[in-house]
Design a binder for this molecule. Structure first.
Ligand code: TRP
Length: 344
């Protein structure tokens, strides 16, 4: 060993991300993640999966899980992922994720997992009643990423800490097993105008599928009427829109709606203010409603069309899984050899 910096990763660049099949996807998921997947697939080899192994960390009705997986797959397709370009699959169809997760359970330290804020949020007051899987959730996430040696991971801001953990696991594996540069240290791609979409009812909390009020979010499956209603009923304040972003800082609902308008139209928030400064929400909201309907409406329609033919979705997932396994299995075989397994 020398005390030089460890060898950098020299393999190909790859994008990987996943979404859990737990209920309705909404505008926040769309702008924070799904639009980025569709864009990146044309730049770098892309793996996008449905995280059904992760879904079991909390109770999920077995009779719903498969249809939830198909719904996420439909969302991927409806938001522009092309199964001929990107590899789209269900996590449970690629056993290498779980096998690598075991090995990473032995690399990650308890102290690292103890710091994970998502576990604390999800476990709440009853930590001792949470599944062990919920606790090691981020270790499986690291395996999802590194089994493809992914270098770029488009995710929402809330996943930043899990990506840091993934890097720590990769670095410790490379170091402990004297395999410099074996795993890349992947980067989280969290930037973008849709990084933080807030509830339509309260500009201080994130848009979330667990919010009891359906008016707090725009679901991917909402039809035009629902989208338009929700925008019109969104909480606002009586002031007109200002000229500068700074003046929006103390007005979280106004700031959020301007941000949504910007993200949906591919413009900057400043540009949007340039057009609407001096106008009140009576004028702004109908414009935002039309924009949201024109972008989100067709996505919902396409999802409904795709979900009417589950066999076609299953065919796409099966083909994607086959391609995913062809990349994941050789990585796992190398890992088994590196750690010295009998079966390696
Ligand atoms: N934890 C992610 C979320 O809640 C989902 C996920 C699981 C994921 N495995 C992943 C995201 C791997 C990116 C890469 O959104």
């Amino acid at each position: 060993m020398t005390d030089q910096a460890p060898a950098p990763y020299a393999g190909p660049q790859r994008v990987l991300s996943g979404v859990q099949p737990t209920g309705d996807l909404h505008l926040g998921n769309y702008l924070g993640a799904l639009v980025k997947f569709a864009r990146l697939q044309h730049e770098i080899e892309t793996f996008i999966f449905v995280a059904d192994l992760h879904a079991l960390t909390e109770w999920v009705d077995p009779s719903k899980l498969k249809s939830n997986v198909r719904e996420i797959a439909a969302a991927y397709l409806a938001t522009g992922l092309d199964p001929k370009v990107a590899n789209i699959f269900a996590q449970s169809a690629v056993p290498a994720h779980a096998e690598l997760a075991w090995i990473f359970n032995c690399v990650a330290r308890l102290g690292w997992l103890d710091r994970m804020t998502q576990f604390k949020d999800k476990a709440g007051k009853h930590k001792e009643r949470s599944s062990v899987g919920l606790y090691t959730y981020p270790v499986l996430q690291a395996a999802d990423i590194l089994v493809y040696k992914a270098t770029h991971v488009p995710v929402g801001e809330d996943q930043r800490q899990h990506l840091e953990l993934t890097r720590d696991i990769a670095a410790k594996f490379n170091h402990d097993f004297e395999a410099p540069g074996f795993f890349p240290l992947p980067d989280a791609l969290t930037q973008g105008p849709g990084a933080r979409i807030m509830s339509l009812r309260d500009g201080k909390v994130k848009m979330s599928k667990s919010d009891p009020s359906d008016y707090s979010r725009i679901n991917l499956t909402d039809d035009a009427d629902a989208i338009s209603q929700k925008v019109r009923k969104a909480r606002t304040d009586p002031e007109p829109l200002p000229e500068t972003l700074d003046e929006l800082k103390a007005r979280p609902e106004a700031e959020n709606l301007v941000g949504v308008y910007a993200a949906l139209s591919g413009r900057t928030a400043q540009d949007v203010l340039g057009e609407f400064a001096g106008q009140g929400f009576g004028a702004f909201k109908p414009k935002l409603a039309d924009l949201a309907v024109s972008v989100m409406g067709p996505i919902g329609g396409e999802m409904r069309r795709l979900l009417a033919d589950p066999a076609e979705i299953d065919r796409i997932l099966a083909a994607g899984a086959e391609r995913a396994r062809a990349v994941a299995e050789p990585t796992l075989a190398e890992v088994k050899r590196i750690v010295g397994y009998w079966a390696g």
